[in-house]
Design a protein around this ligand. Structure first.
Ligand SMILES: Cc1ncc(COP(=O)(O)O)c(C=O)c1O
Length: 426
């Protein structure tokens, strides 16, 4: 189906125009319901971001800063999901659903463009958890081998290794890095210092969901590659947040979810497998169409049976929406928002401590802080209940409050969040 036909289909299937005309963002969207792109010669101003915010169905008065966990989809992505869902339910015949194979390829191509991969290197999974577990269970490892992890990895890239190690007898080693590091060299030294001649895999989050620290991924992958070590880069906090090209970074595996920073459909995932690794990585799910899947590059890692076709088809819409703004612009905007939060917190609460570095190259859209002597859990609850500021309360080694703003936030939201935090935590 051509993109023109797809648009016509979407319009017809949902009455999308009528729906959009009734949505709050319609006054600033074009006739297809899309955000106009920023003028490339200029860094967008607040008026532009106010308009971006209106293209999301957010409850009025809510300051949502929880992108590290789950993002809303813009109206255009909702429209696509609704339209395709209605289409499937209106006619679930083989004949009608035949087109979803092509739409899935459109989504695959869009994701590949977004992260700088070849479409054959992309599997469309259900989330980062599934993608991580596919790699963890599928890489060749045996007794005597060693897997090196960052101790800030998500459980799907940490506990999952421990569980497999119980069966296959390899060693799992966790590496700590300095608190709030201000130089990437400190991170490289810590991680590289842990590699040995037995290390077969180096697995780490690109940006930590626990501290917001950004790992120097390209440097680490280069060292690993030079020593024949496979690399798993967990991109749950970077796909849609940073401008990134997997071929340039040089990782073997990259994983992500569409429902986080890409603001795409829920329960959509990405697994990038570098072309040379596709044969070496064993697939965990084998089902209908297996023989064909084996010929399809990374498609063999998405042999999952019946999927939510609407979700998979709408991933393409989410990537297009994001691309209109531009990943470099998004990356800059996130740094602007977290930078303003960090500076504002320092000015208002001198005792504040950050788990996140202040160097832009070492952070992204995730900011984690604590105020000594305060109860972060109680503060997190009060921020939402009393001030409608939605972040995350974190316990454990990096306890505190996590704020993860995104393109639907404005500098006015930052001021509201700062006012609320000052009221609750001082
Ligand atoms: C670094 C990291 N990896 C994996 C995940 C799991 O993501 P999902 O629940 O979408 O599978 C998360 C979720 O926050 C995460 O932060």
């Amino acid at each position: 189906m051509s993109s023109q036909n797809r648009r016509t289909f979407l319009g017809n299937a949902l009455g999308a125009g009528a729906f959009l005309a009734s949505t709050p963002g319609s006054a600033v969207l074009d006739s297809r319901g899309w955000m106009p792109p920023p003028r490339t010669s200029q860094v967008p101003d607040e008026a532009y971001w106010e308009r971006v915010k209106l293209s999301f169905p957010l409850t009025s008065g809510l300051v949502l800063m929880n992108a590290a966990n789950l993002c809303p989809s813009p109206f255009v992505v909702q429209d696509a999901v609704f339209a395709w869902t209605r289409d499937v339910d209106a006619d679930p015949s083989f004949q009608n659903r035949g087109k979803y194979a092509q739409l899935k390829e459109g989504s695959r191509e869009a994701v590949a463009r977004h992260i700088g991969a070849d479409p054959d290197e992309i599997a469309l999974t259900r989330n980062t958890s599934e993608s991580n577990n596919t790699v963890v269970s599928g890489v060749p490892l045996q007794r005597g081998d060693e897997v090196v992890l960052w101790d800030q990895n998500h459980p799907t890239n940490a506990t999952s290794w421990d569980e497999r190690a119980k069966v296959d007898g390899f060693t799992v080693k966790r590496v700590s890095t300095p608190a709030a590091p201000e130089s990437p060299g400190l991170l490289v030294d810590a991680m590289v210092g842990a590699l040995t001649s037995r290390t077969k895999v180096l697995a780490f989050s690109h940006v930590s969901n626990a501290t917001g620290v950004r790992m120097p991924a390209a440097e680490l992958c280069e060292v690993a590659r030079s020593r024949g070590i496979m690399t798993l880069l967990d991109g749950a906090q970077t796909c849609g947040a940073l401008h990134m090209r997997v071929h340039e970074i040089g990782c073997d595996f990259y994983t992500a979810s569409t429902h986080k920073w890409l603001t795409g459909p829920k329960e959509g995932g990405v697994l990038y497998v570098r072309s040379e690794m596709i044969e070496r990585l064993r697939a965990s799910d084998v089902g209908v169409g297996w023989a064909g899947a084996l010929e399809g590059g990374a498609r063999k890692f998405e042999n999952l049976g019946q999927r939510d076709d609407a979700c998979v088809a709408a991933i393409q819409t989410a990537v297009e929406f994001h691309a209109r703004i531009g990943s470099l612009v998004v990356e800059q905007r996130l740094l602007e928002l977290t930078g303003a939060l960090q500076q504002g917190l320092r000015e208002r609460i001198p005792s504040v401590e950050f788990h996140t570095p202040s160097t832009p190259a070492m952070s992204s859209g995730v900011l984690v802080f604590r105020v000594p002597g305060t109860d972060s859990g109680a503060a997190y609850r009060a921020l939402y209940d009393e001030y409608r500021v939605a972040g995350a309360g974190r316990g454990g080694a990096f306890s505190g409050i996590r704020l993860s703003p995104h393109i639907y936030n404005t500098l006015a939201d930052v001021e509201r969040a700062l006012d609320a935090i000052q009221a609750v935590m001082t």
